[in-house]
Ligand binder design. Sequence first.
Ligand code: AMP
Length: 299
Amino acid sequence: MSVLIVGTTALDSIKTPTKENPRLLGGSASHAAVAASFFSPVKLVGGVGEDFPKKYIQLYKKHGIDLAGLQILPGKTFHWSGEYEVNMNNRRTLATELGVIETFQPKLPDAYRASPFVLLGNIAPALQLSVLDQMQKPKFVVADSMDLWINIALTDLLKLLKRVDGFVLNDSEAELLTKEDNLFRALKKIHAFGPKYVIIKKGSHGSVLSGPTGNFICPAYPLHTVEDPTGAGDSFVGGLMGYLANARGSVEKNIRRAMVYGSVTASFCCEGFGLNATVKTTRKAIEQRVKELEKLTKF
Ligand code: AMP
């Protein structure tokens, strides 16, 4: 089955303590779509400007991503730049130039409306709601978000949470949203906002799921070197949704394994700038790391 993915389609300028790379393909939807494409067909919803490099369109196409929902709009592509500290965990946003995203209105092609799996990647909650309004009857909807929307668009975000099956956020965002510094109390509070499945990501410490059959603790793949973690969260949720869309049986049965596949896909993302390492990986390499994680966590 296919997964519909909405989010930002961006140009990212990324600085680490040792390297700097301007205007790479980035954005929540780009990272999630490429990650999901290892497992299932992907339908992308997004907006780019006339300056968006053709080679990035080719990259989406190489991954079999359906671009009927990608609008090319007059103006500039969303541009984000950020800088990492030496520990590669703390990140500072240097600039966010919205460009065409400021007025972007997602319009779903008819062929997209029946997609069974929907990933509302990180973008303004009003736009995530607009995509949901255009869907027929999706089987499983997951939303991602960030601290910015908790701070400036909480009303829309809470409206959205009433309508999704799953919500994914990182530990500091969970604390910001719930005012709870205990992860398990935060999970409980987020369920009360609506979602049946809540996943809190903890960067290199993995992630925790709370769902109808209890909690699951998912490890991160142990990397010795991180080149650039930008997009790891989006790759995690993209891989997770791609895996679920392709798996037989219920979401409940498959979601733990889907998290492990998401986690492994995100590990590849961290090994190169932007999408450089993700695009070079293969399903075989993903399976290999899943096996390693299985060995590491069996007791
Ligand atoms: P992550 O590292 O998983 O948090 O995702 C980083 C990606 O989010 C980058 O590729 C950025 O282009 C994108 N991004 C940065 N700021 C925003 C924003 N305000 N809304 C949506 N996406 C953003």
